[in-house]
Design a protein around this ligand. Structure first.
Ligand SMILES: Nc1nc2c(ncn2[C@@H]2O[C@H](COP(=O)(O)OP(=O)(O)OP(=O)(O)O)[C@@H](O)[C@H]2O)c(=O)[nH]1
Ligand SMILES: [Mg+2]
Length: 217
């Protein structure tokens, strides 16, 4: 994918601030500090757009970026940061849940894991939630520059098993540091963006695993 233009649209703290328009979008989700914003910057390949922080748990809003005037990238706030007050976690989840269930433009979520560790219970809950509400997800192990080939394969296998994916080959490897995995991730996202819009508005509250994320964050 050749990136011609990138624009920051809005940092939304409320659902009425989500941008209007029919552009399809992919969202980036994962634990706090896992590398979501760095992945967006590496994929866009130009001056940093998304804020990369040394302090985890900083991003509390949903940030929307428009690429090539054709589709949006959506940077979701990270979960699992212990030093965040309960009320803040609840507000975060309520905003993310509204986004995931009420956004017809959303074509898929890039679910980002750390290549150095197997998925956490919160990662499993997010994956189950996405399945329950019918949002396609693509699992990507980032910070792959930190592990060797053998270690990577072990985490791919562990992630596929733990998240009930069809195959370890469905788990992409990526590095915002070296650019590894950029072309493959773009190909997967382009396919995702071409898919027809799903029917938004399904609630995941009754499904197994769904709704449990805010309690255990
Ligand atoms: N070695 C290495 N470091 C990375 C990589 N991706 C991110 N980092 C580092 O990890 C830290 C967190 O990166 P961010 O991109 O801010 O992570 P985030 O998930 O957006 O964080 P929050 O928005 O706070 O949830 C920064 O110090 C990055 O430089 C990677 O692929 N390799
Ligand atoms: Mg971030």
């Amino acid at each position: 994918m050749r990136v011609h233009t990138t624009e920051f649209l809005v940092s939304a703290g409320r659902s009425d601030q989500f941008p209007r328009g029919a552009w399809p979008e992919v969202a980036f989700a994962g634990r706090s500090n896992v590398g979501k914003s760095s992945m967006i910057n590496q994929l866009l390949g130009r001056r940093p757009l998304a804020h990369v922080s040394a302090t985890p748990g900083r991003t509390r809003t949903i940030n929307f970026y428009r690429v090539n005037n054709a589709f949006l990238f959506v940077d979701l706030p990270g979960y699992g940061y212990a030093k965040v007050a309960r009320a803040v976690k609840d507000a975060w989840w309520s905003l993310v849940e509204t986004y995931l269930t009420q956004r017809p433009q959303l074509r898929g979520v890039i679910h980002i894991l750390d290549a150095r560790h197997p998925p956490t219970p919160l990662d499993r809950e997010l994956e189950a939630y996405l399945a329950a509400v019918g949002v396609p997800s693509l699992v990507v192990l980032t910070k792959a520059d930190k592990v060797g080939r053998a270690g990577r394969r072990a985490v791919q296998l562990a992630a596929a098993e733990s998240l009930s994916l069809r195959s370890p080959d469905a788990v992409h490897c990526f590095s915002a540091e070296t650019g590894e995995g950029v072309p493959a991730l773009w190909r997967a996202m382009e396919e995702c963006l071409r898919a027809p819009a799903r029917v938004a508005g399904r609630s995941g509250g009754r499904s197994p695993g769904a709704g449990s994320l805010p309690d255990s964050r």
